[in-house]
Design a binder for this molecule. Sequence first.
Ligand code: V47
Length: 372
Amino acid sequence: MFDDQRLRPIHEKVMAGERLSFEDGVTMYRSSDILGLGWMANVVRERTNGNATFFNVNRHINPTDVCVAQCKLCAFGKQVRDPDGYTMSHEQAWEVAGKGWTEAVTEFHIVGGLHPTLTLDWYCELLRGLKQRFPQVHLKAFTMVEIGYFATRTKLTIRQVLEKLKDAGMDSLPGGGAEIFSEPVRRIICDHKIDGNAWIETAREAHSLGLHSNCTMLYGHVESEEDRVDHLVRLRTLQDDTQGFQTFIPLAFHPANTPLHHIPVTSGFDDIKNIAISRLMLDNIPHIKAYWIMMTPRMAQIAQRFGADDLDGTVVEEKIYHDAGATTSQSLRREELMRLIREAGREPVERDTLYRRVERTAQPETAFTILV
Ligand code: V47
């Protein structure tokens, strides 16, 4: 069954439900047997999530692109004095949230730059205003990096910052900012961000407050295969302790308009391998997301047979990847997402952020109930 015989012992472990080792991870990254990897990942995917592919109806809100970090990996952040930078007022952010809004939206995904003067109270007020105007919408807000930055600026602890944001309406956290935990790599691609340990410890603190989060890995820049496996194992170890991660999202580096623009874009082969290997290594994280904005809808569709069980959402106005040269559309309609899923032989399941099934009643674009 395998072109690459080195996958045989890994296959035995997968079939027995045994945990894969660091060395297994490296072996898989060094293998070109994409069908063998995909077959095994599909077994785990179906064991964990059956035939369902999840999606949600969400909207991204990026309140500011002004960022003090100036990471080399990023095309989104602008310097304070850059005339192209923007910072929304509360009213503008609330208006953006409502633009083209229907009651179908179940999630706002809110992330932004590390702004030098906006206060934590400003962010709390932003959340309170959203909750007041859209009480049924889940607020998935702020990466671990933003939480760390708020703590540094306010001189509060990470826990205190999380508690304040939670009180103001934050329901969960997205998975961004993890990049790659390896310190030498971080120094090259994002040297002003919190380090890998701080990212992990912030996630631990969030989970301990009952907040779920996602997690990501940015690949396809200067990292090695060992760095990728190290990253996955560190996420898996935290998940053993907290069970707070819902979804892992492998993110391919988009070099356009970044200081690292000389790095070639990732191949479809590598994108699919990352989906499969993450499904196999992260035996304790329930969902693997093929983020269609990053992978293209075509590749995300195929990923559903290589380990992925989630395609993210309708999104609406994505900026981070489009500033870095993504040519995908900025949003997909519910019906289009469902067609992509059905064509892959999967059952489309609309979910809310916490993976409860959303049942559309009456008009699909308006009313819904969440099935617990
Ligand atoms: O943290 C930034 C990455 C992330 C680039 O939690 C880049 O459901 C590639 O985390 N090329 C933000 N990647 C996106 C993110 C995310 C997306 C969708 C769903 C969820 C979720 C989270 O994007 C950043 C960084 O890792 N990023 N610049 C770039 N040039």
